[in-house]
Design a protein around this ligand. Structure first.
Ligand code: T4K
Length: 370
């Protein structure tokens, strides 16, 4: 039986990629902000509709370096969500900042902006929400709170490549937005990431550029404790190729989404997220929330049945990051009951552009135990 995996990296043809990297074999310039890096950065800025963008090695470094470049006070509190990938919480902790977990909304699983204010203390310095699965956070309410209390807002936009609200790129919200171009994402550069920010924050951009290259300001001046987070030429070349096809990829993902809907919508106990007016989705994931009482089975038994049938799904995001071994002595998921409930009942089903319709039908049959 063929195995269906939870996702499959989008790739150009071998010919297209080889053509893109051909000149690298002549120039031998394969990293440190070469021609592919710079061309890709310019094209991406245009595609995402953002004022500024800086390419990085991965989405995690985008988060970590953004927090560092904002010079937040050591021990400062960052209000965030536990319903996310390890990276979001680790980036805060690795910057000597303290995550403060806020619950999520039941309708789209993003941070519940109505619950942020009560968590603000005199130590709060930033809010780090996640556009989880590409669902947009309540950016207006978060902006109001940030202005009222003088807080920085850093969006984890790892899942939100190409998403727009009323035509405005998702990377335009907050002080900065961090994207991931990992192999498993709707758009990939093999490994890769980026941070987007506004013209008024050009100093922040200079800081990111410096920090991503060891804090080197010029050949004789190193004045920042930086890292190596430069995107290399082969990854940038993959980005250039994939960017040519991204619209087509998202359109195909939309087809997959609709096929799932035709199989699963209306089924008692299965919750599927619906598009929101004015938002263009990227169909990065297909999360389904199972209500055990109404569906008659819990998430884990459906997960196991799918596994037995060689269908790979993922419990994105279980456990909550606040329940990780490294954090659970400090935090309790009882303070975020909705996140805890969704985390126990969600399953990300296979989602990628070339997922065949008969495979989707098969996956749904297994879920429905038909
Ligand atoms: N913030 C959020 C909210 C995130 O979700 C992430 C990453 C980040 C920040 C950090 O961004 P990066 O630093 O990663 O750029 C995956 C990814 O590794 C991770 O990037 C992603 N989130 C997370 C949600 O999922 P796994 O452990 O589930 O991936 P893995 O290796 O099991 O792969 C899943 C499936 O993807 C495989 O069954 C097959 C397919 N696949 C995988 C790879 C590696 C491919 O088709 N090609 C590949 O090369 O974590």
């Amino acid at each position: 039986m063929k195995k269906i995996l939870v996702t499959r990296s989008s790739m150009p043809t071998l010919e297209e990629y080889c053509k893109e990297i051909e000149e690298l074999f002549e120039t031998h310039w394969i990293t440190n902000m070469g021609i592919k890096h710079n061309t890709f950065q310019t094209k991406l800025k245009e595609y995402l509709g953002v004022e500024n963008i800086e390419l990085l090695t991965n989405g995690h470094m985008a988060l970590e370096m953004t927090l560092q470049a904002l010079h937040l006070p050591v021990g400062g509190e960052v209000i965030t969500t536990p319903f996310t990938f390890a990276s979001t919480t680790h980036a805060i902790v690795r910057n000597n900042l303290v995550p403060v977990f806020c619950d999520i909304r039941e309708d789209n699983y993003t941070i519940d902006a109505d619950k942020i204010e009560s968590l603000i203390t005199d130590k709060t310095c930033a809010i780090l929400p996640v556009h989880v699965y590409g669902n947009i956070c309540d950016v207006d309410a978060i902006k109001r709170l940030a202005l009222k209390y003088g807080l920085k807002v850093i969006y984890d936009a790892a899942h939100a490549f190409g998403v727009t609200i009323n035509g405005k790129g998702i990377g335009e919200f907050g002080d900065a937005s961090c994207f991931s171009f990992h192999a498993t994402k709707a758009f990939n550069t093999i490994e890769g990431g980026a941070v987007t920010y506004h013209n008024k924050d050009l100093d922040f951009g200079t800081e990111i550029c410096r920090l991503k290259n060891f804090g080197i300001r010029d050949s004789e001046m190193v004045d920042g404790v930086g890292v190596n987070a430069k995107m290399n030429e082969f990854c940038a070349a993959m980005g250039l190729c994939n960017l040519r096809h991204v619209e087509e990829e998202i359109a195909k993902r939309k087809g997959v989404y609709e096929r799932y809907l035709s199989n699963l919508s209306g089924v008692q106990g299965i919750k599927i997220l619906k598009p929101v007016d004015g938002v263009s989705m990227n169909y990065a994931y297909f999360p389904v929330v199972f209500n055990k009482e109404k569906f008659g089975e819990d998430r884990d038994s459906i997960f196991n049945r799918l596994e037995k049938n060689d269908i790979g799904t993922r419990k994105y995001f279980y456990p909550l990051t606040s329940d990780f071994e490294c954090y659970k002595k400090i935090y309790s998921s009882a303070t975020t009951p909705i996140a805890a409930k969704i985390s126990r009942s969600v399953l990300a089903l296979p989602m990628y552009a070339d997922l065949e319709f008969n495979d989707i039908d098969f996956i749904c049959k297994i879920i429905l135990n038909e």
